[in-house]
Design a protein around this ligand. Structure first.
Ligand SMILES: Cc1ncc(COP(=O)(O)O)c(C=O)c1O
Length: 385
């Protein structure tokens, strides 16, 4: 007899991004991979050197649950100076990637049976994390016509005594949208009035192209209701190092540090030293990667505009375009055909909730040549389908 699984596991399904990734890995023909959401750059050398030095210098043991003091201080300083977030070192927990930070945020805010409001298109990890915390994810669909602007009225209307948290992913994965300050302020104000947490997922904030990046906690009055999630993954090409943080009111973060002991206790000590070098060392490689993504964004906007039957709101940040091809069928079936018949791999939009139906996420975390080739293949598919 096999070992029974909990409903928590049975209710969890692999995201359709993963499905496409696995299909692409198995394929035996030449593919253009535009489904993956991670920088196509190597981690800058000085960061790797810092990790090596940390290991050689004996930084190989557990650290405090909250992380090493120098890194907590560096994160607080960076949040304050780069994004206006009023963070203090005692209000920062260093985590194993932004993902663990989000998981801890859910565990610390959601009582079993409570709801987590998720403006959608929604990154699939949130509903899974909300469910694992015993909560119920509730999608609030945003409209493609507004470029997936935050609909504050729709979020506030759904907020009530049963609401534990609302997740604002800005800049957004998968749409590349940066939410405007006015609706964000309205949502945070309502959240504070209902004692609801605002989980601000800002892992892409450093990749904002057309305006100065500002963290939500930096411009709202009720910043003690905001939990800021960040990481070095996307901005510093460090996805595999697994280093992130959660920042908030020190009294709240104290409790997060306590439960951190049950998940990983602390982020790896060597990686914490590498992240310290990433935040306090030379920033030229980070600026170079940013400029490269920004240039690719222009290319993506131009190619979408010139291809008949393809549209998308212009990405304002991150490295995603959420495209709508004029093709019939589910997003998954379109993505599978694009892979098998045309050799281009995209993430199905319906993996990002109901608001993603019929759409596909295109990641431009790939070389200019590959992006051009990918669009050529999509264009051929649209002509011949
Ligand atoms: C929206 C969003 N939030 C958080 C994360 C977490 O990233 P990491 O755990 O690598 O910091 C990701 C990674 O893809 C993401 O897309």
């Amino acid at each position: 007899m096999t070992l029974s699984q909990t409903t928590r596991v049975k209710n969890s399904t692999p995201s359709s991004i993963r499905v496409m990734f696995d299909l692409a890995e198995q394929a035996d023909h030449d593919l253009v991979r535009l489904e993956v959401g991670q920088p196509d750059f190597q981690t800058p050398a000085h960061i790797i050197d810092a990790a090596t030095a940390a290991a050689k210098n004996g930084h190989t043991g557990y650290t405090a649950n909250a992380g090493i003091p120098e890194l907590r201080a560096a994160v607080a300083e960076m949040l304050q100076s780069s994004y206006g977030v009023p963070a203090t070192p005692d209000g920062v927990t260093i985590t194993v990637g932004g993902m663990e930070a989000l998981h801890l945020a859910m565990l610390a805010t959601v009582e079993p049976g409570q709801e987590v409001l998720l403006p959608s298109p929604v990154w699939p990890n949130y509903p899974m994390q909300a469910t694992l915390a015993g909560g119920t994810p509730v999608e609030i669909p945003l409209s493609a016509e507004t470029g997936y602007a935050l609909d504050a009225d729709a979020v506030i209307e759904r907020m009530g005594p049963e609401t534990a948290a609302v997740v604002l992913c800005t800049p957004s994965n998968p749409t590349g949208r940066v939410f405007d300050e006015k609706p964000v302020r309205a949502v945070v104000e309502a959240a504070a009035a209902h004692d609801v947490a605002v989980i601000a997922d800002e892992v892409y904030l450093g990749l904002t192209y057309d305006r100065a990046p500002r963290g939500i906690a930096g411009y709202v009055d009720e910043h003690e209701h905001v939990l800021t999630i960040g990481s070095v993954s996307k901005t510093h090409a460090m996805t595999g190092w697994r280093l992130g943080w959660i920042a908030g009111d020190p009294a709240f973060i104290d409790g997060v540090n306590t439960i951190h002991e049950s998940t990983t206790s602390c982020a790896p000590s060597i990686v914490q030293h590498a992240a310290l070098a990433a935040l306090t060392g030379p920033q030229e490689p980070v600026v170079e990667m940013y400029e490269t993504f920004k240039g690719r964004r222009e290319l993506v906007v131009d190619r979408i505009a010139e291809i008949d039957g393809l549209s998308a709101p212009d990405p304002q940040a991150a490295f995603y375009a959420f495209i709508e091809p004029e093709l019939s069928g589910s997003s998954l079936s379109i993505a599978k055909r694009l892979l098998s018949e045309f050799g281009v791999v995209l993430a199905p939009g319906d993996g990002f909730g109901t608001a993603g139906k019929g759409r596909l996420r295109l990641s431009f975390a790939n070389s200019t040549a590959q992006i051009e080739e990918g669009f050529d293949r999509i264009e051929t598919a649209l002509r011949s389908w």
